[in-house]
Design a protein around this ligand. Structure first.
Ligand code: GDP
Length: 197
């Protein structure tokens, strides 16, 4: 897939603020600091479209980016911040769950779930992936910050992530580095396939 253009279209909290064009959507989820803003910028060839290094209070929103005038890349709030109140945790879980629930049938083609390649998926990651599966949606796992480990460790880490998330054979996992821009074509290819292109 070639990215011809990409723009931020809308920031939403509630479903009545989501776009109404009916274009397909590909959503990105992951723990805060996993590199979600960085991968979105890398995929869309932009430096600052998604904001890198956001603080917890500013991230309980969903950002819709319109790409090539025909689909949305959807940036869901990062989860798993340390030191936040139960209310705040519940609030963004609700935002993510409401989005998945209201988009699962028509719009949402793929959920790209990000995990840091260096660490085993957290409890939050496991729950998140169970939600995605529970909603019957297709997921792609992207293991971020692949430049931070040696090449020989990559498969070892991917196997661990696959095991902890209990991925089935059909679910792909792709190592990615925003720093080195590796994995980009593979991820764009999966996005393209999910939309039947
Ligand atoms: P977000 O909170 O998930 O949106 O994560 P960000 O994209 O803001 O990235 C969090 C931190 O990780 C920043 O300091 C980034 O520079 C760094 N980071 C993100 N992706 C990579 C990567 O592929 N390699 C390396 N080495 N650092 C990365």
């Amino acid at each position: 897939m070639i990215i011809k253009n990409a723009e931020h279209e809308i920031t939403a909290v509630k479903p009545n603020q989501y776009p109404v064009t009916g274009f397909p959507e590909v959503a990105f989820v992951g723990r805060s600091n996993v590199g979600k803003s960085s991968i979105i910028n890398t995929l869309l060839n932009r430096k600052n479209l998604a904001r890198v290094g956001q603080t917890p209070g500013k991230t309980r929103q969903i950002n819709f980016f319109i790409v090539n005038n025909n689909f949305y890349l959807v940036d869901l709030p990062g989860y798993g911040f340390a030191n936040v109140s139960k209310e705040m945790k519940a609030s963004w879980e609700n935002i993510i769950e409401t989005y998945l629930y209201s988009r699962k049938q028509n719009h949402l083609k793929l959920v790209v779930m990000l995990v840091d390649i260096r660490h085993s998926p957290s409890k939050d990651d496991i729950i998140m992936h169970q939600w995605i599966k529970g909603f019957g949606m297709k997921s792609l796992i992207v293991a971020t910050k692949a430049d931070k480990i040696s090449r020989s460790q990559i498969n070892v880490r991917l196997n661990d992530i696959r095991k902890v998330l209990q991925l089935d054979k059909a679910t792909k996992i792709i190592p990615f580095s925003s720093e080195k821009r590796t994995g980009k074509d593979e991820v764009l290819e999966e996005i393209s396939l999910s939309m039947g292109e």
